[in-house]
Design a protein around this ligand. Structure first.
Ligand code: HEM
Length: 401
């Protein structure tokens, strides 16, 4: 056991600044967007396309799901490489040496292996779903597999700092799934469905049904997003002062501003355009015909509005990725206020030492807040300070050696 003196834990001034983690942020954003791109067409297939319009869209949506799954497979590989670089603090040329160690020796590596198995299952479901008869069942399996992949994110991010399977992980997971449904269907509608609604000669009554379903799915997802988002924000930030004074709080505020615009656009869609599109169906010219369509103008406006919403949601996803690489004020306070940390080191083959660390109170009882150090479980021996540990083991690993 080594005792970490107080002064080498996170110091206030350095910990309050957001680190320059651009490549890692890009990797997280890529992975989150890939997840959204898979869940979007699946949710659209399962819940939004009415029976009468399936023929027109289902094959296209399935092909797109396959492409999105390929993107998620790529992002999963990138994530592993990114985390290996982040943990080993070595360059890309060293990655082949550290990667197997990260997979074998760290909690992240073990969770990543589960993700790999889930990806194989997801691909199996996708192949089965190429047969139209199995399409909907396969879409449900694929959705379930990708939802568990979403959990692998929550199990290796800030929520995992409170321990495995703890409430923050479930809240974060529900947030991520709801986010993926909302942003995913918005992306899918604006990229694939709206541009083809007219070409495919979908009758106005079916269009109206489709748009009503979209609006309902988005509303349910949004309720989930807002409730879980507020819970997480309270958990990580804790006070108005922290929201105002920390970099984490500032990024969260930017994200909330972007979300507010997207929500306002969603509300306009639901309360202005959707009722007008539905109303057009009951007019004599609207029922079951495409010759004269009084719902055309609101549909155009809805299409434009959803297009703009897509851009704001994309920006919010990037803001969320930045947030994941910052240190939440609550965690930071624990790290700064910490008096003693205990570390146990185990030498491993290949010049690696495995370090686990816990913060203890005056009675030597563990304080849960420092579990985050487990995420940075591999370091080359030569970079650890003699007889002690480096600062990057504390909190979320923001500070450098
Ligand atoms: C009231 C609104 C919202 C609040 C208060 C909120 C707050 C949060 C918080 C505190 C986190 C945890 C970040 C961390 O681990 O440090 C988070 C994660 C996240 N949020 Fe939100 N959020 C909101 C809405 C949204 C919306 C609308 C989107 C979609 C565009 C979104 C996308 C995400 C994503 C992708 C994550 C990362 C989840 C993960 O990978 O584990 N959030 N959010």
């Amino acid at each position: 056991m080594a005792t970490i003196p107080k002064d080498i834990t996170c110091s206030g001034s350095t910990a309050r600044r957001m680190p320059a983690h651009l490549p890692y942020i890009a990797v997280s954003a890529f992975d989150i967007i890939a997840l959204v791109l898979v869940i979007g067409p699946l949710a659209t297939t399962l819940w939004i396309i009415p029976k009468e319009a399936r023929k027109a869209f289902e094959n296209r949506l399935w092909r797109f799901t396959g492409a999105a799954l390929a993107t998620l497979t790529l992002s999963s590989m990138t994530l592993l490489v990114g985390r290996t670089l982040e943990m080993s603090r070595q360059g890309l040329s060293e990655v082949a040496h550290w990667l197997p160690l990260v997979v074998r020796e760290t909690p992240f590596g073990r969770v990543w292996l589960v993700r790999l198995i889930l990806l194989v299952l997801a691909w199996a479901a996708w192949s089965i779903g190429r047969d139209l008869e199995w399409r909907r069942v396969a879409a449900s399996w694929l959705f379930a597999a990708v939802a568990v992949i979403a959990f692998t994110r929550s199990a290796t991010g800030h929520p995992a700092d409170q321990g495995s399977w703890a409430a923050p992980e479930w809240v974060d997971w529900a947030h991520l799934v709801a986010v993926s449904v909302w942003a995913g269907v918005v992306f899918t509608m604006s990229g694939m469905i709206f541009p083809r609604l007219r070409q495919e000669r979908i009758p106005p009554s079916v269009r109206a049904d489709l748009i009503t379903r979209l609006s309902s799915v988005a509303t349910v997802a949004l309720i989930g997003i807002l409730s879980t988002g507020i819970l997480s924000a309270y958990h990580y930030v804790g006070s108005w002062a922290a929201l105002r004074d920390s970099s984490y709080g500032h990024i969260l505020l930017v994200k909330l501003a972007l979300v507010a615009v997207a929500v306002a656009l969603g509300a306009a869609n639901r309360f202005l355009f959707v009722p007008r599109i539905r109303a057009a169906v009951v007019t004599p010219g609207g029922r079951g015909t495409t010759a004269y369509d009084p719902g055309e103008t609101p549909l155009k406006l809805l299409t434009q509005s959803v297009g703009i919403e897509t851009l704001f949601l994309l920006a919010a996803l990037v803001a969320a990725a930045i947030l994941l690489h910052g240190m939440p004020p609550r965690e930071m306070d624990h790290a700064i206020a910490g008096t003693t940390a205990q570390a146990s080191r185990t030498a491993r083959p290949g010049g690696v030492q495995r370090v686990s660390m816990r913060r203890i109170d005056a009675h030597q009882s563990s304080l849960r807040s420092l579990r985050s150090t487990a995420r940075y479980g591999v370091l080359p021996t030569q970079t650890a300070p003699p007889g002690g540990l480096c600062r990057s083991w504390v909190g979320s690993g923001e500070t450098s050696l």
